[in-house]
Write a new protein. Structure first.
Lengths: 258, 258
DNA sequence: TTATCATTTAGTGAATTTTACTAAATAAAT
DNA sequence: ATTTATTTAGTAAAATTCACTAAATGATAA
């Protein structure tokens, strides 16, 4: 829990613990049952929705900062996380947009225009993907609101965050062909239909049903189990699991899916 | 030409004109006649070779900073330039490595350990590619040395620059399939062999000779001329040029090469 | 001067692989 | 038995690979 004293210390001494002028922003995508969503927040000192983000501790790696951020927001640790682009055009985050009055109302801590927080900032964009039904969204002292938005129904975002989302989604879709995905987003045992529709949803397009699984199986990423799922009055589909070893190896070294 | 007064002003007031804590580093690749090289520099205050880089003016975009840097080093403007990754792990640029004595000897300007230049810095990596035979390398007041190194013969680099080069080369090779390349690196009129060997050299692997050009021609990127080049006692190859319009359109929107 | 030669470009087509699509077999519950 | 979605099989089209042939060219030798 963040207290007022924490905020005060952050305003006054944050530049000693965090790297000034640099932040991260996270496009956190959430998947569940054919739906693709994006996590957005409303900051108390800013009107409108934007991507969650934050500063980087002087002791942590960029990806650790992103991971910490994502965990604080969603409660999920160690999910698929990738840097996609860094944004630094002047004027990308207009300092005039920072409403010091609003900030004071929200936190009870005064902030002046020459504070380290109100200066040109370059932001490293990360995207992450998880199962949104497993998340427990956290608001903090500085957050008015925090919610999942359907990917086709995202409101206009503050700063350059619209561009960030575009770039993040583009990178995600390109990387789908180069990294395995599914752990954390599918049940441990899943059917071919389930992983098929996961890929279709993330890519936003149809994939051929009869050839698609062959590639994953040929790569050894999927193992067929001697179990079936009962799905009512239909043929029971086989269950599959990821081959953990192949999966992590593919995460590390990449694969070619098509 | 940079004077001592310029350096003094940079040390004392640079943080007002540049964004502190953030820099760019450029992996500038050079191609010429089947050779792939990388531009390295030796900084006066640092032992060993590293990538050229610099700070970002508060008024310029990231890519503009990179372009300015590349132009200052090579004399070439507006070449193919791409952001590939941002590096920010703590300890990546050890401040102890900054030799203030060496700096003073080199510049005649004193610098203290609490100067804005000597602090944790996050660096945005760009790669560029050009024809190294057309470049005119520039040393400045802070540079001891500046030279092209064969890609297979790169000395160990300072900081995390070895990793940067690895990542840059990897991104370059991936992006070769998604962006057109060749302008500035080939003569205006070139043969299929020439562009073929360019791609092979950049990719570091063989490409099928009989199919390779078809893709470029099918995309409309190449136009066949009614001219041939005389190459001695052998059949004269046809000359080709890039279709400028298609080329720039492909640069903007990307293509799929294979 | 003419013929031969080595070498490179450029194209052809067969063999193979990949992809896209269709259809049939299968299994489960009613 | 019927219904219905899963799963596999099969096929045609497309793309790629590979090996080979033919054409072009100037140097060289006869």
């Amino acid at each position: 829990m963040i207290t007022k004293a924490d905020v005060e210390d952050f305003v006054l001494n944050g530049h000693l613990r965090y790297v000034p002028h640099v932040s991260i922003d996270c496009a956190i995508f959430g998947y569940h049952e054919q739906q693709l969503k994006l996590l957005l927040i409303r900051h108390k000192a800013i009107d409108g929705w934007c991507l969650p983000g934050g500063y980087i501790k002087r002791t942590e790696k960029l990806v650790e900062a992103a991971n910490r951020n994502v965990k604080e927001r969603t409660g999920i640790d160690n999910l698929f996380l990738q840097q996609f682009k860094t944004f630094g055009d002047p004027g990308r985050a207009k300092t005039e947009q920072f409403d010091t009055d609003k900030w004071f109302t929200a936190t009870g801590v005064a902030i002046t225009k020459d504070n380290w927080l109100i200066d040109q900032t370059i932001s490293v964009g990360f995207y992450a993907i998880t199962d949104f039904s497993k998340t427990v969204l956290q608001k903090d002292l500085l957050t008015d609101d925090c919610a999942w938005f359907d990917i086709d129904d995202i409101p206009p975002l503050e700063f350059d965050h619209d561009e960030m989302v575009r770039e993040a989604l583009h990178t995600l879709r390109v990387q789908l062909y180069h990294y395995p995905i599914g752990i954390n987003m599918l049940p441990e045992k899943f059917t071919l239909s389930e992983i098929h529709v996961l890929y279709e949803t993330l890519l936003g397009k149809k994939l051929d049903i009869s050839n698609f699984p062959k590639k994953l199986i040929a790569l050894g990423l999927l193992k067929k189990l001697n179990e079936k799922r009962s799905i009512g009055p239909h043929r029971s589909p086989h269950l599959y699991v990821f081959d953990q070893e192949k999966y992590t190896e593919a995460l590390r070294n990449g694969v070619v899916l098509s």
